[in-house]
Design a protein around this ligand. Structure first.
Ligand code: PNW
Length: 494
């Protein structure tokens, strides 16, 4: 009896030491810490100062039941009026950088290339950037987080090839107006959510459901628009402005459900279909081979004269290849991947093209979001996989975070960041992975897309009942502040 207790205590001590060893070290000076938001989720002022309507304004107003509790981003956190307060919060946290996004329809309400630039809209972002710079915080800008000008949706949205030039015009405008101070640009946030969500499964605006066709068309144009924006920077701005440009891709980690070769292949195929769908083109010029092979073959069997996955010409492959200065990853969670029998060949859709059984472990800690389970070790695995698959690029973690339903004592959020950062530290120090930025999602509670205000990701709480939208720091804000100040995950570091 007694020796069992001793053994148990010994084992507990050992586990404690192992965990502690991982976190009781400091981040190298090369790693910067930041925090993120996005325009529609925080700004409000949806129709002020000449801003045009975008697809999220439109869907929230026209189809309120699309959103939990029929809420919308009309006011959100009111950051359009409270940006100085936001910057004061950032300053207090001590972040190195702030990742925010710009509203296309605020800057170019007419949407199309050549239409007038809205000076008041540009001024808002100039003022925000200036306020950041004055406070020693680096601005890191995403051009597009899902809020397409409605007028461009009326023209068909992303599957319309004309959007490439409209986006290029918008990107050039931003480089011209803000490029003196902004040195890190990201063209798109999470093309998979834009295209599979917006045109495939309908979980994002504009809410179309034509998976296996429209999501592929959307992605094709979006990748060309990204490449064009990258080349414009290269040719017209880089020499003078000396910044960098990338694209933000989200993925889950896929862990093989067993040690079998079939399940390992299913996990790799899942990563290629989710992360490789966009990363392989910007790194190597084309879609992952497994994606090309599978969609081509299924399309042919289904009687399509051409593949449902559009083709890049040789010239386009050369144009898209290498259009990234860093790999930007939004990372939250993991799934198991298991090989499965080929589904009905007549099914047309991204998930039947992929054909993998993906599932979670019910023991993984839940969050308030159905898709988000806490799986800290998967962060170490995913950055190692990226490093190996794409020849050791510089990696930015541009989002990672935990949702609950509110409250200031958010110990579970602290634990999420502590455990994910601990695994990141091991990837950097022990595996030599070149990760140089970590970005917590999100600065404050905000409009969580179709989930409205029912899921909270903020390090600051926002009272959405109060017209002033007061912000209050949560326990996690104090924790993150300490991590940034000490570069260490626990109270005392060696
Ligand atoms: C991100 N997944 O989207 C977005 O960039 C944010 O705007 C959003 O608020 C945040 O996540 C929280 O939802 C994702 O299923 C949605 O792996 C889903 C996934 C990943 C990212």
């Amino acid at each position: 009896m007694e020796y069992k207790l001793v053994l148990l205590l010994y084992l507990c001590g050992l586990t404690f030491e192992i965990t502690n060893a991982a976190i009781n070290r400091t981040f190298p000076a090369t790693v910067k810490f930041g925090i993120a938001t996005s325009t529609y989720q925080i700004e409000g002022a949806w129709n002020e100062d000449g801003k045009g309507e975008n697809i999220w304004d439109h869907i929230c107003h026209e189809n309120p039941t699309y959103i939990v509790n029929k809420t919308n981003g009309d006011i959100a956190c009111d950051s359009y009026h409270k940006y100085k307060e936001d910057v004061a919060m950032l300053k207090d946290l001590g972040v190195d950088f702030y990742r925010f996004s710009i509203s296309w329809s605020r800057v170019i309400p007419g949407g199309i290339a050549g239409s007038p630039v809205n000076q008041l809209g540009i001024d808002y972002y100039k003022n925000l950037v200036q306020e950041l710079v004055n406070n020693g915080i680096e601005p890191m800008v995403t051009m597009y987080v899902w809020d397409l000008p409605e007028i461009l949706q009326d023209l068909g949205g992303w599957p319309n090839p004309e959007l490439i030039d409209h986006f290029a015009y918008y990107a050039r405008t931003l480089y011209e107006e803000l490029g003196d101070s902004v040195k890190h640009w990201m063209t798109f946030n999470e093309p998979k959510q834009t295209c599979l969500g917006g045109y495939g499964d309908g979980n994002m605006a504009p809410g179309y459901t034509a998976s296996g066709i429209a999501d592929y068309q959307c992605s094709h144009m979006l990748l060309k628009a990204h490449a064009k924006a990258y080349h414009i920077y290269d040719e017209e701005f880089r020499a003078e402005q000396q910044g960098s440009v990338g694209i933000v891709i989200d993925t889950a980690w896929f862990e093989p459900a067993s040690g079998s070769d079939e399940d390992k292949e299913a996990a790799e195929r899942s990563l290629q279909f989710m992360f490789g769908w966009y990363t392989n083109p910007v790194v190597n010029g084309n879609y992952p081979q497994v994606m090309i092979d599978r969609v081509d073959e299924r399309s042919a069997t289904q009687g399509y004269a051409v593949s449902r996955l559009p083709k890049f010409t040789d010239e386009e492959i050369e144009y898209i290849k290498g259009t990234h200065d860093f790999v930007a990853l939004n990372f939250y969670t993991a799934n198991y991947a298991q090989w499965m029998e080929e589904s009905d060949i007549n099914d047309v859709g991204y998930y039947s093209d992929l054909n993998v059984n993906q599932f979670i472990d019910e023991d993984w800690e839940e969050s308030a979001s159905s898709w988000l389970r806490v799986v800290p070790w998967s962060l170490r695995k995913v950055v190692n996989w990226i490093s190996k698959t794409y020849d050791n690029p510089e990696i930015f973690i541009t989002e990672s975070g935990f949702s609950d339903t509110g409250g200031l004592e958010d110990d579970r959020r602290i634990n999420y960041h502590k455990e994910y950062l601990s695994n990141l530290l091991e990837a950097i120090l022990d595996d030599g992975v070149n990760v140089t930025r970590y970005t917590a999602w999100s600065l404050m509670d905000n409009f969580e897309w179709t989930r409205g205000y029912s899921e909270r990701f903020g390090l600051y709480s926002v009272d959405f009942e109060d017209p002033d939208r007061p912000r209050t720091p949560k326990a996690s804000a104090a924790y993150y502040k300490q991590v940034i100040a000490t570069r260490c995950l626990v109270d005392v570091c060696e």
